[in-house]
Design a protein around this ligand. Structure first.
Ligand SMILES: Cc1ncc(COP(=O)(O)O)c(C=O)c1O
Length: 380
């Protein structure tokens, strides 16, 4: 099998398309009707029924006790970290193999990301490596977990469910309980992904979703904070709505909050998209199956969901043998109108985060050099 055969196969998945995008949204439901309703009612901005409905639909689907809609996934993560008491000059353990928003959200709190390696199969934070690090390199002092090397407190752990495939979140959760450190899950990519029937984003203190245009469902831009702690949910709503004390006409704010609320017009899109979520996920599973069958006859490995989990297959991916093979395919496919892309450059290799503390990151580096994301839009 050669690269041309791969491109021909991808074209067969998305026939009659000159340019094949990596992941495009489908608006085949009530989107236009709900948007028109917002315009007709004038409720396009910060209040309106769609925000509440969208939050309830996400609560029902994920099982989270509280879902709080916000402007995007990055700020959802930032607020979740703040509410988890992540403070300046503390360290937050996360994976280097992630979109820059994960590290940025940590940085916005004043904390410092500390990068550890991922598992080769899930591509998410490795429980084994986390456990080894906590055992060998930290100590408990006055109820705080201290990094022996930097003398800074470890204030949280942020795993990410890469490309929608769940990481070993149950093991990570057990380890973090043992060391009394909070998990905030970056579930931006994993709406519709479950571990043992429990939705990703629900294994730690809080989890966050993104509804950016390239995600499984989109609100244009948007995000959600998930938590089973009702008080934290209330605080998340308060902090993201300028910390205004509800009152008919007075404007009184009891702390410095943020204007991060999701506008009603974006939530209207979200409600229509949620109505279609089962269909979208079904289509994505079917596409992944077709890719998996196709690549079983190839020298390259198709990235399957981990055996213990159900993935939304947000972005399908294959592993090439080396960097030069990966680059040749990326060049050829993008030149011929089939959009593919590599993983994000690992955070520790970006100048902005290169001086952050880190462990051995050879699995991350290998995945970066070999994995390519393939067109994964649901079919119409
Ligand atoms: C892993 C990860 N974290 C965070 C984000 C940020 O989400 P948003 O673009 O909605 O701010 C994204 C996606 O964009 C992401 O893929």
């Amino acid at each position: 099998m050669d690269f041309q055969e791969i491109l021909t196969f991808i074209r067969s998945l998305y026939p009659d398309r000159e340019q094949i995008p990596l992941h495009e949204p489908i608006f085949s439901g009530n989107e236009k009707q709900y948007l028109a309703d917002c315009v007709d009612s004038t409720f396009v901005s910060s209040v309106g029924k769609y925000v509440d409905t969208f939050e309830r639909l996400i609560e029902e689907y994920t099982g989270a006790k509280k879902a709080v809609a916000v402007v995007n996934g990055t700020q959802a993560l930032f607020v979740a970290l703040k509410l988890a008491n992540v403070r300046p000059e503390t360290e937050v353990i996360t994976q280097s193999l992630t979109f820059v928003a994960t590290a940025n959200a940590i940085h916005y709190t004043g904390a410092i990301p500390h990068f550890l390696d991922v598992d080769p199969d899930t591509m998410g934070l490795s429980p084994e490596i986390l456990s080894k690090f906590l055992k060998e390199s930290t100590v408990q002092k006055n109820g705080r977990l201290i990094n022996l090397k930097t003398n800074r407190e470890i204030s949280a752990v942020v795993p990410m469910h890469t490309l929608g495939h769940p990481c070993r979140i149950e093991e990570l959760s057990d380890i973090c309980k043992e060391y009394n450190v909070s998990i905030i899950e970056d579930a931006a990519e994993s709406l519709g992904s479950f571990v043992n029937g429990k939705h990703t984003g629900r294994f730690g203190l809080m989890g966050t979703l993104s509804f950016n245009g390239n995600k499984v469902i989109t609100t244009g831009g948007g995000g959600m904070i998930l938590t089973d702690d009702e008080e934290l949910g209330r605080k998340a709503k308060h902090l993201t709505t300028t910390a205004k004390i509800p009152h008919k006409y007075e404007f009184i704010h009891d702390e410095i909050g943020y204007n991060f609320r999701l506008p009603n017009i974006n939530a209207a899109l979200g409600v229509a998209q949620m109505e279609k979520l089962p269909e979208l996920l079904k289509s994505k599973t079917e596409i992944a199956k077709k890719y998996s069958d196709f690549f079983s006859r190839s020298p390259w490995e198709f990235v399957l969901e981990p055996s213990f989990a159900k993935s939304n297959y947000w972005l399908n991916a294959i592993k090439f043998k080396n960097l030069s093979e990966r680059n040749s395919f990326l060049e050829l496919s993008n030149q011929s109108g089939v959009m593919t892309r590599s993983f994000w450059k690992p955070m520790h290799q970006l100048n902005l985060y290169s001086s952050c503390p880190k462990g051995d990151l050879s699995i991350t580096e290998n995945l970066y050099e070999t994995v390519v994301n393939l067109p994964s839009s649901p079919q119409q």
